[in-house]
Ligand binder design. Structure first.
Ligand code: EPZ
Length: 418
């Protein structure tokens, strides 16, 4: 398994090209099931998870290939309606094919995703909504089997705000008979990107980005023609953390600051300086970060996907930071590894108390999930000495060429392939 070797202590300077958003690309790729014909999507990032979604679509009978910056998906010949366990277990977002399959073909057999490192991650709300729209749902040997002649519009209230739950049911509703209302819907920019793409396919959607989304079903949709995925706000946030912790000076190209208001405000409070320039968003790290508290909540609050990277910054900030994780029940897997590097962190339930230390020390550490691995990279870039990060396939799931991008801005980093 590949590992990264990082020698910390350098102030990173230069330009970083932010890639397309993984969490927008995955639902948009799944949405191609909703319409026959050849779909053309631009700026899809080259990531493990994207390749897994491509494999899943190919397994259904779709054609999938990437040509330069275009991802071409052809859903004319879908003849299989099953998302098998061996694919779904590697990527929970596979559940996003469930509703498009039922919406267009009236049937689907999708493996239950099972839990992951950060939590149980049930899909009960996805199934609740689908049932309300008239689907017959059975659970059998770890699979969801869903059937419907034609889905019908319904009013659906999410007890918990769910990003892929909102996306899945939006895709169920676009071909349903009648109107669907999604209440307490997720407001993430990736939900809006999916809605904008569906509207270009002919869907009738109002309110995406707010907590009430109204979808009026249509009889059919046309293929995606040249839709460009939004930039990845979490990759942008991760490089902001890199600038902050190394006292660096980076220009993030292809970043949408409005998607990161909560993160930018928090980092400004911690001493990071932001300047909008013609080339992109300039991010300048201070000599010493100031400890600040953070609490993760659904968008537009501070994102759970930035909690681990922010914690890495706080391990060397001046003062004590209280970080509350409210979205997932077990998203502190990075803490034990950061402590191996000399961080002073105590956990009580969903709250971590981080006392800033003078400097971290390089050590062999292990990635456990996508954002935990990003947190270890951020920490290693400022640690004294050498850090070896094992199991970086977790990082490759969500960051395109991370080691190359870091090397280009001056990091002493090497990927060892075994
Ligand atoms: C999406 O996951 C993202 N993944 C996650 O990003 C992100 O961390 C998460 O949203 C929260 O922002 C993709 O978009 C592919 P949820 P998702 O449904 O949709 C509970 C990354 O790092 N819940 O919004 O799976 C759930 O247990 C990944 O890129 C139910 O109880 O997350 C959690 O506590 C990690 N029942 C909360 O809701 C359900 O049916 C939020 O989960 C669904 C969710």
């Amino acid at each position: 398994m590949d590992r990264l070797v990082i020698r910390g202590g350098r102030r990173l300077k230069g330009e970083v090209q932010i890639s397309g958003a993984k969490n927008a690309a995955l639902p948009i790729m799944a949405s191609t099931i909703l319409s026959q014909g050849k779909h053309n999507i631009k700026d899809v990032p080259h990531l493990r998870d994207v390749m897994t979604m491509g494999k899943l679509l190919a397994n259904l009978g779709a054609g999938f290939h990437i040509h330069n910056n275009e991802t071409i998906i052809d859903c004319d010949r879908i003849k299989n309606f099953e998302a098998p366990y061996d694919l779904v277990k590697t990527m929970r977002a596979s559940v996003l094919v469930l509703c498009p399959l039922v919406a267009r073909f009236g049937r689907a057999k999708v493996s239950l995703p099972g839990g992951c490192a950060i939590g149980a991650r049930p899909i009960n709300l996805h199934l609740m909504g689908l049932e309300k729209m008239g689907a017959k749902i059975q659970l059998e040997s770890g699979y969801v089997i869903a059937k419907a002649t034609r889905l019908k519009g319904a009013s659906i209230y999410f007890d918990t705000i769910t990003v892929t739950g909102t996306e899945n049911l939006m895709m169920a509703a676009v071909l349903a008979k009648g109107t669907t209302i999604l209440e307490n819907a997720a407001r993430e920019p990736e939900v809006v990107d999916l809605a904008n793409c569906l509207i270009k396919m002919g869907a009738r959607i109002n309110g995406a980005g707010s907590s009430v989304i109204e979808i009026e079903g249509v009889d059919e949709l046309k293929p995606i023609a040249n839709y460009s995925i939004i930039p990845d706000r979490i990759e942008s946030g991760t490089f902001m953390a890199v600038a902050g912790i190394t006292g660096g000076d980076l220009v993030l190209k292809n970043c949408i600051p409005e998607h990161l208001d909560a993160v930018i405000m928090k980092l400004k409070d911690a001493g990071v300086v932001f300047k909008e320039t013609k080339k992109g968003l300039r991010v300048i790290g201070p000599e010493k970060l100031i400890a600040r508290d953070a609490k993760t909540i659904p968008y537009p609050g501070f994102p759970t996907d930035m909690q681990a990277q922010f914690m890495a910054m706080m391990t060397v900030a001046k003062g004590t930071s209280i970080i509350k994780e409210t979205v997932f029940e077990n998203r502190f897997m990075h803490v034990a590894e950061l402590k191996r590097m000399g961080a002073d962190i105590n956990i009580e339930g969903g709250t971590a108390t981080v006392k800033g230390v003078e400097r971290l020390k390089g050590a062999p550490v292990m990635a456990t999930d996508l954002r935990a691995s990003a947190s270890l990279v951020v920490a290693a870039l400022c640690a004294k000495g050498e850090t070896i990060i094992h199991r970086i396939y977790h990082l490759d799931r969500g960051y395109e060429r991370m080691d190359e991008k870091l090397r280009q801005i001056g990091a002493d980093i090497e990927r060892l392939t075994s």
